[in-house]
Design a protein around this ligand. Structure first.
Ligand code: NAG
Ligand code: NAG
Ligand code: NAG
Ligand code: NAG
Length: 473
């Protein structure tokens, strides 16, 4: 199991010397600094879309991240009518939650579930609803509150997504996963409709760089940052048995490293004075302290000039932080990197701790043991299935190449997105799991498409492999 114990205390003061240097001599920043706080009756409006792409108590952290983001925006002055929340909503009242109705995003954190609007929950958290909501297409959404981004040409949009990902895909709890290409097409339509001035997108997921790498043009007034580059894990944190660990009654990871880094920053800083780039620098350092093994590289994509704007333009600003001073004690916590667990390993870790903490001989112990064993055999099944699929289609000797080839920086993952979409959808449908372990193989399907695989041949191989390889009990 990959768990990297990391505790890095950097001098808060030194980071702020760097930031104040960035601040000088930028007239745009100064003019927006003097702008008033958000006022719903004057333009531009801020719209936000928050998406947790997973479900299950084992994935607690993604919905916790999204709820926390909601609190930041709400405290920042945004109205519920402008914040659209996609979350499965099965965590707060899960039988495993020892604190019914409460979700926390850090060990000593407040309840972030309070007041979160339930716009799209359960099966309504799906690709079609998300893309229709971003487009502002009211007739395109099914179920849910019907809330969509009804933005105008002067408005700002903030999109934040947290979940498991794989090369070229972001997870969704119901139906198919979101492909980078479909997201990009939606953003292009939104841009062509002139229905925003500028947009900021934050993405937490494994291999999240692949969503924008070689795909997001600079001329769409969109600036995106991702937790990881196109070919590395992103990381869960506040995990059981790690440091700092969740309270003993919660045996699941409470947050994700990239996500808690920007949110704990936004919680205390005066966002009218912090630029998106300053926030990026802080998050980048906290997420991948430069000489750390196993951390991830926070990436920037799209129009980076937008990063000179103040964070306030996309998240609002909490009046409580008006007199925030960088020398405060709180700030040292923002440069301390908690220990981390890869997105894929957070699942067995949860079952292991549930098993360890359950009383000897209890039904809970038996259940946790079964869950852990099922997860391990499921992984083996998925590993073997991918191996078999590649072998059937290209021959055994091609397996390493299909698994490991990474496109060079600046290039998109795949050329034929229809082929890719067909194969990953088929694989999710037939080999998929709540732990989303299968997502780590989406690159293999991209490589198969790039090598000119015959789609029918490949989908047949997927069906065959997923149904025959010692499926879990
Ligand atoms: C918002 O702006 C309008 C128009 O300028 C003004 O009348 C109103 O007082 C402002 N509201 C707040 C809360 O500042
Ligand atoms: C809105 O969604 C509906 C249903 O999917 C679709 O038929 C329609 O073309 C969409 N409208 C726009 C403007 O994209
Ligand atoms: C990037 O954004 C800035 C600020 O919004 C804008 O002035 C500039 O034209 C944009 N660049 C491109 C290539 O669209
Ligand atoms: C893949 O990861 C390596 C090491 O982090 C990095 O140098 C490279 O740029 C990445 N490739 C892409 C396409 O992001």
């Amino acid at each position: 199991m990959m768990c990297y114990y990391r505790l890095f205390v950097l001098l808060a003061l030194s980071s702020f010397v760097v930031e104040s240097r960035h601040l000088k001599g930028n007239s745009y920043e100064l003019s927006s600094f003097h702008r008033s706080r958000i006022n719903a009756t004057i333009e531009p409006k801020i719209w936000a879309v928050l998406v947790a792409g997973s479900n299950g108590f084992v994935n607690y952290r993604h919905q916790a991240d999204i709820c926390h983001a909601y609190q930041i925006l709400k405290n920042g002055g945004l109205e519920d009518e402008n914040i659209i929340v996609f979350m499965y909503d099965d965590i707060a009242f899960d039988v495993e939650n020892s604190r019914p109705g409460v979700i926390i995003n850090k060990p000593d954190g407040d309840n972030v579930y309070k007041g979160v609007p339930k716009d799209y929950t359960g099966e309504d958290v799906n690709v079609d609803n998300l893309l229709a909501a971003i487009l502002g297409n009211k007739t395109g959404v099914r179920g849910g509150s019907g809330k969509v981004v009804e933005s105008g040409p002067n408005d700002h949009i903030f999109i934040y997504y947290a979940d498991h990902g794989g090369a070229g895909i972001l997870g969704m709890p119901s139906g198919v996963d979101l492909t980078a290409k479909d997201l990009m097409n939606t953003l292009k339509k939104k841009h062509a409709a002139k229905s925003y001035k500028s947009m900021v997108i934050y993405v937490e997921a494994c291999e999240s760089g692949s969503i924008f790498e070689g795909l997001l043009p600079k001329n769409m007034n969109i600036y995106a940052i991702t937790a990881a580059n196109a070919n590395e894990s992103s990381w869960g944190t506040y995990c059981p048995g790690e440091f700092p660990s969740p309270p003993s009654d919660l045996d699941t990871c409470l947050g994700d490293l990239f996500s808690i880094s920007w949110m704990e920053d936004s919680d205390i800083h005066d966002l009218r004075k912090e630029t998106l780039d300053q926030q990026y620098q802080l998050v980048r350092r906290r997420t991948a302290v430069d000489d750390m093994v196993g951390a991830s590289h926070v990436m920037q994509y799209g129009n980076k000039t937008i990063a000179k704007q103040f964070v306030f333009n996309y998240m609002g600003a909490n009046p409580k932080n008006d007199y925030y001073s960088p020398s405060s004690d709180d700030d040292s916590s923002l440069t301390t990197t908690p220990s981390i667990v890869s997105q894929h390993d957070a699942t067995p870790l949860h079952f292991w701790h549930k098993f360890r903490n359950a009383p000897e001989g209890s039904p809970k112990k038996t259940e946790a043991h079964k869950q852990l064993m099922d997860e391990l055999s499921l992984r083996k099944h998925i590993d073997e299935s991918v191996n078999q699929i590649i072998s059937v289609v290209f021959g055994q000797e091609k397996v390493p190449e299909m698994l490991n080839t990474v496109q060079s920086a600046g290039n998109p993952l795949v050329h034929d997105w229809d082929c890719f979409k067909m194969l990953v959808n088929s694989f999710k449908k037939q080999c998929g799991s709540t732990s989303r372990y299968e997502m780590k193989y989406s690159r293999a399907f991209a490589n198969m498409c790039n090598a000119g695989v015959h789609i029918n041949h490949a989908t047949q191989a997927i069906t065959q492999a997923c149904s025959t390889n010692s499926p879990p009990p």
